[in-house]
Every structure is written in C-alpha cells, then in structure tokens.
Design a protein around this ligand. Structure first.
Ligand SMILES: Cc1cc2nc3c(=O)[nH]c(=O)nc-3n(C[C@H](O)[C@H](O)[C@H](O)COP(=O)(O)O)c2cc1C
Length: 356
C-alpha cells in the first residue's frame, strides 16, 4: 500500500469516526442517552486520524503555510503550472479552526455545568458505572481474576442443617400480601429446621448446576450469609457462616452477641430481641472481575433479592422479619472478622417469633 492509498484510507476512517462521534454525541445530548456506543473513543480516534493525515501530508501543509506571507496579495503570487489551487482558502482555514475551538469550549462549558448541577457521589457513581462511563481508566484498569463463589472456614466446627424441603407454608401470593416489616418479637426458640429453611431461601442451591434460590448476575454469587444466633434449638448462641455448597453452618464464635448487635445497629433493639439476625456481606471481586464498573450495583441488587427471599420465607412460616440498612459498617465488619474492603457487610435482617 502506497502513501497515497494509506492517506485515502485515513481520510475515509476520519470521516466515519468523525460522523459517528458527531451523530452519537448529538443523540446523547438530545435524548439524554448515556455516553454510549463509544462516542468518546470515536472522537479521540478521529483526532488521531487527523494528525496522521497531516503527518502524511506534511510537505503540502508546510508549503501551504509558507506560500502566503503575512500581507501578501493574491495577485502577487503567480501559481506555477504544477501548483494546485488549495482546496480551502486562508479564511476558510481560519474559520474551521475558530469553529472547532468554539465547539471545544462549548463542550467543556456544558460538561462543567452538568458536573456542577449534580455534584453528588451517588450520581457520580451512577454515571461512572454506565457502559463506557469510566472512560480510558476503566478500559485500561486491571479488574483482577475470578475468585471462587464459595467461601468456607475449613478450621471451623461444622453443623449439618436439616433438609429444608417438605414444608408447605403460605401460598406465594398470600406471603406477598402478608409480608410486613415486623420489629416486635416474643421470647422463644427457633427450630434448626426453621433456620435451615430461611438459609435455603436466602442462598440455598436449588439446581444441580449450582444455581441458587436468589438470582445473581452471571451466576457469580457475590453475597455471603452469616447468622448471629440468639435463640435456636441445638445451636450455641454466637456467630455462624452459611456454607452454601454443603448446606451447613460453620461456627465462628460462641458468644452472647445481643448487645453487640444492638450497638452495631445504632440502638435498634430488635437486633437483640430477634431469635436470629442475618448479615449479608459482599465479596465484590466475584462480580467485579466480569462486570467491572457495574459490579457494585449488581451486588446491592442481589442482596435485595436475598433479603426479600428471607422476608417471604419467614412470613410463610409465621415468623416476623425486618430489614436493617442502618448499621455501623465497621462495627458489623469487626464482629464478623471481615476486612470491610475485600468483603463487607451490606445488609442485615432480623427474624423472630411473633405473638400468635
Ligand atoms: C434497604 C432497606 C433498609 C431498611 N432499613 C431499616 C432499618 O434500618 N430499620 C428498620 O426498622 N426498618 C428498615 N427497613 C424496613 C422499612 O422501614 C420497611 O420496609 C418500610 O417501612 C415499609 O414497610 P413494610 O416492609 O412493612 O412494607 C429497611 C428496608 C429496606 C428495603
């Protein structure tokens, strides 16, 4: 391929990327679409191609710039027979530069106005996590490798859980109608079978391929389930981890954690009165290696799915449940022994006995 052919190719690509950047930018602006379809990258590519084009024609550019010294008049510049009339005159050239500069300034100005209008972290994360929203930094970042979706504590004592099957509670429609957030619990003891059903509803394996009761983006299962046991038949009070693969509990701590839970829940008494408290944690990397910027969205959504399953399972068994989003993260993480970064608590739920 000769230099001229290469230049034709560069000009064609320049035209395509420029048109693409312009049209997608216009659509994004007019209809409020996110910066989708690599609009920004098309713009960068177009600029790079312009530079290559100028480089490939550097002699002509230099000749063009040299040909008309300041103040020289058109008639005084007789064209040699080989010299072609320029495609664009000096005025046109200046106008093109001015228009471009104006476009850049307007773009900068609107971007800044937009930033100022919604200068809050929620919005920033939402924007950043849109496809292509993180720009080059997202593209070039190392998002790490895939961790196992099963966490286990190999040194912890194991307690097998009863089979959760065979129970017929409320119809789904009835459970949905009856579900309320219940915060007043009466003293009593939860059976191990009831706890097993709640855990199965939360994260139990329901399919031979390893799929679980609650949906998960890419079946990556970033949420771990811990149980703080206050009153369950056959279990010492303390902290347990649900070993999903074996439908078993791993005993992490034996202790009365009622007051610790109330403190961690910013004084919400129900965390000490319920028979059990579920703590859902997120291991972000399980989702991040594949879904990158969007991982945090997915993880929280998944915790919500699990929470709803616990709510409905509890309602179906005649128990009360309540979600808890207001808690001291560091306190809860310390209580579980997780670092708050690789793994962090995202959601709490209480389940307890109700007056009949
Ligand atoms: C994400 C989330 C966080 C919540 N956090 C708390 C909480 O910290 N304390 C509490 O008493 N209720 C909490 N709730 C329960 C809501 O207050 C309850 O769902 C709402 O009042 C509607 O009532 P209902 O669940 O009976 O329909 C939370 C609910 C959700 C979905």
């Amino acid at each position: 391929m000769g230099r001229r052919d290469l230049d034709y190719l560069v000009v064609a690509l320049m035209f395509i990327t420029g048109l693409y950047a312009a049209v997608s930018g216009l659509l994004a602006d007019l209809f409020g679409f996110p910066q989708f379809l690599l609009h920004r990258y098309a713009g960068y590519a177009c600029v790079a191609l312009v530079l290559v084009h100028l480089l490939l024609n550097k002699e002509r550019v230099a000749a063009y710039l040299r040909r008309r010294p300041k103040g020289a008049r058109r008639q005084e510049q007789p064209l040699s027979p080989r010299r072609r009339t320029p495609v664009i005159g000096r005025r046109g050239f200046l106008l093109a530069i001015l228009t471009g500069a104006l476009g850049v300034l307007m773009g900068r100005w609107t971007a800044r106005a937009e930033e100022g209008a919604a200068d809050d972290p929620d919005w920033r994360y939402h924007e950043w996590s849109k496809p292509g929203g993180s720009g080059w930094s997202g593209l070039l970042r190392d998002w790490g490798s895939r961790p196992s979706p099963y966490k286990t504590y190999p040194d912890a004592p194991r307690i097998s859980l009863p089979d959760p099957g065979g129970f017929r509670g409320l119809w789904l429609e009835e459970a949905i109608e009856a579900r309320r957030s219940r915060r007043e619990y009466v003293p009593g003891v939860l059976s191990l079978k009831e706890l097993a059903r709640l855990l199965h509803a939360a994260q139990g394996i329901t399919d031979p391929r390893g799929f679980r009761a609650a949906p998960s983006a890419g079946a990556l299962y970033p949420v771990e389930v811990y149980v703080v046991v206050h009153d369950v038949a056959g279990l010492e009070p303390g902290l347990y981890h649900y070993a999903v693969a074996d439908h078993a509990l791993e005993q992490l701590r034996v202790a009365d954690l009622r007051s610790a839970m109330v403190v961690a829940g910013i004084g919400q008494e129900m965390l000490g009165e319920a028979q059990v408290c579920f703590v859902l944690t997120a291991i972000l990397q399980r989702t991040r290696w594949r879904y990158r910027e969007r991982a945090y969205r997915y993880v929280l959504l998944e915790a919500g799915h699990i929470g709803q399953n616990i709510y409905l399972a509890a309602t179906s068994m005649g128990l009360g449940a309540c979600a808890v989003g207001a808690f001291l993260d560091d306190r809860v993480n310390d209580l579980l022994g997780v670092d708050g970064r690789e793994e962090t608590a995202v959601y709490l739920l209480t389940v307890g006995k109700l007056t009949s």
